[in-house]
Each structure stands twice: as C-alpha cells, then as structure tokens.
Design a protein around this ligand. Structure first.
Ligand code: TXA
Ligand code: MG
Length: 333
C-alpha cells in the first residue's frame, strides 16, 4: 500500500520529487483529472505505470513540465501556431502533440515520432514539477490515474479506490482535493499545417481559433466518422470497448431504480437516484466522473444522463458520454 499525503507542504513535495527521481510512482492532482506520474526518462518507472494501470504498452503518455523553458529539450520542432497556443493556454488543460526529440523515447511515445506535452494548472502539480526539475528531472510522464478502461479519478480518494491495491509502498498519492475542470485536457496535434483537435476538452475550438488565427481541424466536425476514428485511434482513446459497470443511457427519461445526471432544473422522477444536479456546464464537467463513480458504488445498473447542449465544454462532455453509452469507456487510457 502506498503512502497518502493529504497535507502537501513544500517538504512533502520535495520528498515526492525525490521518490520520482528514485523510480517511484506519484499520483498527483491536476486541474483536469488526477495523474499517475513517473520520471519520463526512467524506462523502468514508466513500465510500472503500464503495469499499475493495466494499460497496453503502445499507448503513448503525456509528459508534464512546469514551464515553457523545459519544452525545448523534448521536441524537435514547433510551428508558430503551437507557440501561440502554449503562450496563451499554459499552464492549462491542453496537451500539444509535437515532433519529438531524442529525449522522448519509444517507451513514452509508444514508438510514434511525436510526443504529447502539457503544463498543468494546479498549484500542487506545479510545485511537484518544480521540485522535480530542481533535482534535474526533465518531465513527469502521467496518464490519468485510473485502471485502463475505467473512469478518470477527480479526487485522491478515487485514485485510492482505483489503484490502491496496485501501488507499492514506495509510491505516493498526493491529495489536492477535487479537480477543478473534471474532464481530461484538450489534445491538439501540432504536427500538420493546421492545429487538429484529437480530444476535446476545456480549451475549445473557439479558443484555439482565437489564439492562432488559423483554421482548426476538429474531428468532431468532420464530414465522416472516418477522420474521427483515425484521429482517436492515434490518440488511443477509442480502440477499446471496456463497458463501464453501469450502462449509460443518454437523453431518455430515467426509470425507477436507475441513476440520473442532469442540470439542476431537470426534475428527478420518483424512485430515481439523483447522482448529480449541476447548474452550469463547468459544474457538469467537474462532477460527471465522480457521479458515475457514485453510481457504480451504489451498484446502480443504469445511469441516465441528460446531456448539456451547445458548444465549448459541452462538446467535451458529450464526447466522453457518447463513447460510454456505446459500451466504450469514457476514457480507456
Ligand atoms: O488531462 C489530461 O490530459 C490527463 C492529466 C493527468 O494530465 N492525462 C491524461 O492522460 O488524460 P491519458 O494517458 O489518460 O490520456 C492521454 C491521451 C491518450 O489517449 C494517449 O494515447 C494520447 O493522449 N497521446 C499521448 N501522446 C500522444 C501522441 N504522441 N500522439 C497521439 N496521442 C497521444
Ligand atoms: Mg486516461
């Protein structure tokens, strides 16, 4: 069983950074979801991420850094539009896919010539990263801290539930409370002429257009499912068909005994277990994964969701929900 740090002082972060440098895993909060971190240059430590998650080894990992000055060593080239995005939205819920340097080994990129990089916007994550860089660390590889095929954790408690029995006593879990955003980062492929969204998130297509002044390729909008399938296969998020424990049903009236997630103004029919009643799209994203977990905890068989309509963050919410309702998990990675 790993150690659990709930009061993360500067000392605790320094200890955690040392553990990472020594090859341990450290689960830590980010503004999107909790990550399961390892030293991104340590092949054995990274191998343990795959082991603990039960994730196939060819799925690439995102490298987290504290500051733009640590970006250069990881990448070979960066287009102008990606520089604009990095300047505007980092630290923040955005991952850029860029041509990799020699530092980004196959065990990080899954053998691809690209690497995913992100500066998270969470004080604990940034504190950990800074302490880690201070010890000579180049970056922390971190997927979401769930077992492969499960819902991403948005609290330290959820990380414990997910991974507690797979972590060892050298590993740590840092508790930074509830993740502020609640859905995973927007992933933008920056290897082509235009930015291309591989996974929608809180950094929206409108924000990307506004920041770059460029055309943006959005797989959600593509004329056929074809591009969407290709895009998400690359990002490794659709190829698996792990069904969530509860069956997720979208935009239908819930029946007695089922769970229900919907905006606050929607009424709860009699006998239905209300799992969440957010009153904004931001709150919807923030509580979605914990509400689904709660449904599973209560052994509810069917969870009905009235989806948020509109653009922006609602697109990311519908993206995750649409996969789960097709018997695919919200976020297999
Ligand atoms: O918000 C987030 O991004 C969270 C926090 C912890 O940072 N991390 C996260 O990681 O969601 P993960 O591994 O659960 O999902 C990352 C997705 C995977 O589908 C992976 O295949 C894709 O990013 N990815 C990573 N590197 C890639 C690359 N070089 N090319 C294409 N897709 C990549
Ligand atoms: Mg994941």
């Amino acid at each position: 069983m790993s150690q659990f740090f709930s009061n993360c002082s500067v000392d605790a972060l320094a200890t955690a950074a040392q553990s990472l440098r020594a090859g341990a895993l450290v689960a830590f909060p980010t503004e999107t979801v909790y990550g399961l971190g390892a030293d991104a240059t340590n092949e054995q430590a990274v191998a343990r991420i795959y082991e603990v998650k039960g994730r196939p080894a060819d799925h690439p990992l995102i490298v987290h850094i504290a500051d733009l000055k640590y970006l250069k060593q990881w990448i070979f080239d960066i287009p102008e539009y990606a520089i604009a995005l990095a300047r505007e939205f980092w630290p923040g819920p955005m991952t850029l896919i860029l041509q990799r340097s020699n530092l980004a080994k196959d065990f990080i990129t899954g053998g691809q010539n690209t690497v995913g990089i992100r500066i998270p916007d969470n004080s604990l994550a940034l504190g950990l990263l800074l302490a880690f860089h201070k010890l000579g660390g180049a970056g922390i590889a971190a997927p979401s801290a769930n077992r492969f095929g499960q819902v991403s954790p948005t609290s330290a408690e959820a990380v414990r539930e997910e991974l507690g029995s797979y972590l060892s006593e050298i590993d740590l879990v840092l508790d930074g409370g509830q993740s502020a955003v609640g859905v995973e980062s927007t992933i933008i492929d920056c290897t082509g002429e235009y930015p291309r969204i591989l996974r929608p998130g809180a950094i929206t297509i409108q924000m990307i257009k506004g920041s770059t002044g460029s055309k943006v390729i959005n797989y959600m909008e593509s004329e056929s499912d074809n591009l969407r399938e290709v895009a998400t296969r690359v990002s490794g998020s659709l190829e698996n068909h792990y069904a969530p424990k509860a069956k997720v049903i979208l935009d239908k009236p819930p029946f007695a005994g089922s769970g229900y997630i919907a905006y606050e103004f929607m009424e709860t029919p009699q006998g239905v277990v209300r799992l969440a009643a957010p009153n904004s799209v931001e709150e919807f994203a923030r509580v979605l994964y914990s509400a689904l977990r709660e449904g599973d905890r209560l052994s509810i068989e069917y969870i009905f969701v009235s989806q948020p309509i509109g653009e922006g963050l609602a697109i990311a919410i519908r993206d995750r929900l649409s996969r789960s309702s097709k018997g695919r998990d919200l976020n297999p990675d």
